[in-house]
Design a protein around this ligand. Structure first.
Ligand SMILES: Cc1cc2nc3c(=O)[nH]c(=O)nc-3n(C[C@H](O)[C@H](O)[C@H](O)COP(=O)(O)O)c2cc1C
Length: 182
């Protein structure tokens, strides 16, 4: 297996975010040759403004560069008022008019199974941006109100199991596509 780089973005800036905990847990659970890099710059991105696209702000350039080096993207994002969190949508808006997202394999993690609107909206946005959602890699895990942090998730077979299973499906899909492209 060739080493794989996967970028993971949490759509929550909350310190004790379940979405951030889920991707941090995955970065610890990932197989040896797979790096799940947790993106840390979401709160540093300026509000999207097409006028700035000719001379991109440094934080946006960093995001685009991290994505360009990634074989896949994991998004774990909360639902706010039946929508995608504003910070997540802001990041996606910066990526609409670039090459990085086109055909990029995407895995969605939902940490609150009752929240269906944001997941549906994310699917619509990612697909519109020509990202390739890997359906059997997308997972929903009941983290809301669990009080679990990343370490707690790693130690919880009920949560870590489905997350890892989703990641493995994601890895398999990325590798299958790479083989088909060769
Ligand atoms: C302003 C606000 C609006 C929310 N709206 C919804 C909602 O519409 N549907 C839902 O299922 N949860 C909603 N929630 C709950 C969040 O999705 C939940 O707290 C989630 O865990 C936040 O993600 P985080 O733990 O990664 O920060 C809302 C929370 C906040 C703070």
């Amino acid at each position: 297996m060739k080493p794989l780089n996967i970028l993971a973005i949490s759509g929550s800036l909350r310190k004790l975010s379940y979405n951030t905990a889920a991707i941090e847990a995955l970065s610890r659970l990932a197989p040896k040759d797979v790096t799940v890099k947790v993106y840390q710059g979401l709160g540093d991105l300026p509000l999207f403004n097409p006028d700035l696209e000719n001379e991109l702000p440094a934080a946006v350039r960093e995001l685009k560069s991290a994505l360009a080096q990634a074989h896949g993207l994991i998004i774990a994002s909360p639902e706010y008022a039946h929508g995608i969190s504003g910070v997540m949508k802001n990041a996606l808006d910066w990526l609409v008019s670039g090459e990085e997202f086109v055909y990029l394999p995407v895995m969605l993690i939902n940490t609150s199974p009752r929240a269906s609107h944001a997941q549906a909206a994310l699917r619509e946005v990612v697909t519109t941006m020509s990202g390739r959602i890997i359906d059997n890699a997308c997972v929903s895990v009941p983290l809301l109100s669990s009080n679990l942090d990343a370490e707690g998730i790693v130690q919880s077979p009920e949560i870590a199991g489905p997350l890892l299973q989703g990641l493995q499906q994601f890895i398999d899909a990325i590798e299958a596509q790479a083989e088909a492209d060769d």
